[in-house]
Design a protein around this ligand. Structure first.
Ligand code: G6P
Length: 366
């Protein structure tokens, strides 16, 4: 098949704009509001098997790894199973211990990333059970796994991943809901998550409608040599992916730190020349996050807050507001403005948006 940008300036913005439809396809036929759970036939696990796992280990590279971090949080929150994400590349080089009561999940948009495939093969060689969260049907990783969830996000052409990242996070929300409901997640909480999932496409549309104002902020922030991205817990994987996106497409240096770690080192970098993007969900950590922003402002660092409620200007000079969903699902929405920020920074700096220097869409060699 051949694809074109369908009137968009680049594939990247086309794919960012396609996210409401991509998420609808990821959800399609999988949300069961009556029984407050998710149907994922491809997992090939019955309820007893799904209950038996004591741990979940998620593997992927690049944006797939960061979406796996969101997935690990969702699984811990909704199913209360300890879950952790690790770069597939690191995992496979350290002679990993494969445990019978751990469920392994490999994440890949292309399904062809060599490091991720090698990790899957090593787990299988040692008798472990691996599921895939993969976009490309019939790809090498999908074929190698024991089951999994296809994203159905549609083809992703631009090197930097956007809609596959978001659809992966949504797929993990479905997996977490499913595992939650075979563990201790109540029907009421299950229904709350079902309703939240169904609200996502419309809310993503509301965020995309702010593209004009985000583009203006991006053109200003792109003039800096670097940027700091911070977030706590639910905001932290979002901050990591936001920094990655900015680096990839605009070549502006970006560091991501947990907001709580700033004072243990990187606060030394903060000053007028290094602005911060802060991901601040409206959850039980919002006050702690605002205190951190106050510390940055006290050192004359400019702050752009991405959150749900406009902050007092003493905490942030600029803000991008996203609609509120359920606390567990809010990170999915908070990531969208950061994609637009990276895209418009790259446009302002006249970068090769869809094919950044030195990068490939999928790395199929070691
Ligand atoms: C490459 C791309 C990244 C991508 C990563 C994993 O490095 O440049 O954008 O996140 O591979 O790709 P995958 O297809 O496995 O998700």
């Amino acid at each position: 098949a051949s694809y074109d940008t369908a009137g968009h300036a680049h594939f990247l913005i086309k794919e960012i704009s396609e996210q409401p439809a991509a998420v609808e396809r990821t959800l399609s036929g999988r949300v069961d509001e009556r029984f407050a759970t998710a149907h994922l036939g491809g997992l090939n696990l019955d309820a007893r098997e799904a209950r038996a796992f004591r741990r979940v280990k998620i593997l992927g590279c690049g944006s797939a790894y960061y979406s796996g971090e969101l997935g690990a949080q969702l699984i811990e929150e909704l199913a209360r199973i300890p879950a952790h994400a690790e770069p597939a590349s690191e995992f496979r080089y350290r002679n990993p211990v494969i445990e019978a009561d751990t469920l392994y999940i490999a994440v890949s948009q292309s399904g062809e990333t060599y490091d991720t495939l090698a990790a899957v093969q090593e787990i299988k060689r040692k008798g472990g059970r691996v599921l895939g969260v993969v976009n490309t049907v019939g790809s090498a990783i999908a074929r190698e796994c024991d089951g999994g969830v296809y994203l159905h996000a549609g083809p992703e052409i631009s090197v930097a991943s956007t809609k596959a990242f978001t659809s992966t996070a949504v797929a993990f929300a479905l997996i977490a809901l499913h595992f939650g409901r075979v563990h201790d997640l109540s029907p009421a909480d299950g229904r709350r998550i079902c309703a939240g999932l169904k609200a996502l496409p419309g809310q993503i549309r509301e965020i995309l409608a702010q593209e004009g104002s985000i583009a203006k902020l991006a053109a200003e922030y792109a003039q800096n040599a670097g940027m700091m991205f911070v977030g706590r817990v639910r905001g932290w994987p979002v901050a990591r992916e936001g920094a990655q996106k900015l680096k990839e497409v605009s070549y502006v240096h970006a560091e991501a730190y947990p907001a709580s770690e700033l004072k243990h080192g990187p606060l030394a970098l903060i000053g007028p020349e290094l602005p911060t993007v802060a991901v601040v969900p409206d959850d039980e950590l919002v006050e702690k996050n605002l205190t951190t922003l106050g510390e940055i402002r006290a050192r004359h660092g400019r702050v752009l807050m991405v959150g749900h409620t406009a902050p007092d200007p003493k905490y942030a000079e600029d803000c991008i507001l996203v609609p509120k969903n359920e606390p567990e699902l809010d990170p999915i929405l908070l990531g969208i403005p950061l994609q637009l920020l990276a895209y418009h920074a790259a446009v302002a700096l006249e970068r090769d948006v869809d094919k950044p220097r030195n990068l490939a869409k999928s790395v199929t060699v070691e």
